[in-house]
Design a protein around this ligand. Structure first.
Ligand code: C2E
Ligand code: MG
Ligand code: MG
Ligand code: MG
Length: 292
C-alpha cells in the first residue's frame, strides 16, 4: 500500500510540473501576442512635490489587460518577458506609448508634464536603447527632459561600465534618469557616485517602516541626505498615509509617490488630476509649530 501511495505522489508531482510548464508556455505564447492584440496598457501614478503639493509628473506602470487572465500586474509577466526576447518588444512599446502620451498631454496644454518609464537591465544594456529613445523623442517631438528613465541599482552589477556609458549618452540627449528601488539592491555606492542620475527613489519598504521603525527612519533620513549630497532629488515611493508623508516632509524628502496621493490610473483618469492645482494641502504637512 505504501509503495503505491508513493507512486501516486510521484505521478501527482509530475503532472503538476507538466501542467505548470504548459501554463507557462501558454502564458508566454499569449504574451507574445499581447502587443499586436493591443492588450498592453500603461497606467500612470502621480509624483508630487512635498512642499507645494503640486504634481511634478507621472510614473508609467505597465499592465496586461488579457482576455484570458484579466488585468495582470507587471510582476506576473515582466519576469517571463525578461527571460525571453519579449522584453525587447515590450520595452519599445512602453517607450513609444509613453512618448506619444507625453505629446498628447502637452498638446492639451500641460507642457510641463513629464513621464518616467521603467527599464529592465536586459533592455538598458542592449546597445540600441539610446537610438530608440532618441527616435521616440524625435518622432513625437517632445522635449527630452520630459522623459525620465527609471533604472534599478542592480543594473550596474551586470556591466557597470556599459550602464554608465549608456546613462551618459542619455543625459547628453537631455533625458532624465532615476535610480529605482534604492536601498534594496546591492547598493554599491562606488557606482552610485558615477551615475549621472537626477533622482533617487527610496524603496517603499523603508517608507513602510517610517512611522514605527526608528531604523527605517534613520535609513530614509540618510538616503535623503545622500541624494542631496549627490545633487539628486529624493523621491520616496509607496507613501500610503498622511503620517508617512508628514515624516517624509520632516526628513526633507523632495517628492512623494504612493497610494496616499493616488494609485496608478489609466490615462483617461489623468486629465482630472492635471486640472487640479494641488494634489494635497501642503499646510497640513507642516510641523505644528509652523502651521500657525
Ligand atoms: P516600481 O517601478 O518600483 O513601481 C512601484 C510599484 O509600487 C508599482 O507596482 C506601484 O503600483 C506600487 N505602488 C505605488 N504606490 C504604492 C503604495 O503606496 N503602496 C504599495 N503597496 N504599492 C505602491 P506595479 O505597478 O505592480 O509594478 C511593479 C514593478 O514592475 C515596478 O516597480 C517595476 O519594477 C516593474 N515595471 C512596471 N512597469 C514596467 C515597465 O513598463 N517595464 C519594465 N521593464 N518594468 C516595469
Ligand atoms: Mg519605477
Ligand atoms: Mg520602485
Ligand atoms: Mg520595484
Amino acid at each position: 500500500a505504501k509503495k503505491s501511495e508513493q507512486n501516486n505522489k510521484v505521478h501527482y508531482y509530475l503532472r503538476e510540473m507538466q501542467s505548470e510548464a504548459e501554463d507557462r508556455m501558454l502564458l508566454e505564447k499569449r504574451l507574445r501576442e499581447a502587443i499586436p492584440n493591443n492588450e498592453l496598457v500603461l497606467y500612470y501614478q502621480p509624483q508630487v512635490d512635498l512642499r507645494s503639493g503640486t504634481l511634478t509628473g507621472f510614473e508609467a506602470l505597465i499592465r496586461w489587460n488579457s482576455p484570458v487572465y484579466g488585468l495582470l500586474p507587471p510582476g506576473r509577466f515582466i519576469p517571463i518577458a525578461e527571460e525571453t526576447d519579449i522584453i525587447k518588444a515590450i520595452g519599445y512599446w512602453v517607450l513609444y506609448t509613453a512618448c506619444k502620451q507625453i505629446r498628447d498631454w502637452h498638446e492639451l496644454g500641460y507642457e510641463w508634464l513629464s513621464v518616467a518609464i521603467n527599464m529592465s537591465a536586459a533592455e538598458f544594456c542592449n546597445g540600441e536603447t539610446v537610438v530608440y529613445i532618441e527616435d521616440a523623442i524625435k518622432k513625437y517631438n517632445i522635449p527630452a527632459f520630459c522623459l525620465e528613465v527609471e533604472l534599478t541599482e542592480s543594473l550596474s552589477l551586470n556591466d557597470p561600465e556599459a550602464s554608465i556609458e549608456t546613462m551618459h549618452k542619455l543625459k547628453k540627449l537631455g533625458v532624465r534618469l532615476a535610480i529605482d528601488d534604492f536601498g534594496v539592491g546591492y547598493s554599491n555606492l562606488g557606482y552610485l557616485k558615477l551615475f549621472p542620475a537626477d533622482c533617487l527613489k527610496i524603496d517603499q519598504v523603508f517608507t513602510r517602516g517610517l512611522c514605527h521603525n526608528p531604523e527605517d527612519r534613520a535609513i530614509v533620513n540618510t538616503v535623503i541626505q545622500l541624494a542631496h549630497s549627490l545633487s539628486m532629488v529624493a523621491l520616496a515611493e509607496g507613501a500610503e498615509t498622511e503620517s508617512e508623508a508628514r515624516q517624509l516632509c520632516a526628513l526633507g524628502a523632495d517628492r512623494v509617490q504612493g497610494y496616499w496621493i493616488a494609485r496608478p490610473v489609466p490615462p483617461e483618469d489623468v486629465i482630472p488630476m492635471l486640472q487640479k492645482a494641488r494634489m494635497f494641502d501642503p499646510k497640513l504637512l507642516m510641523p505644528t509649530s509652523e502651521r500657525l
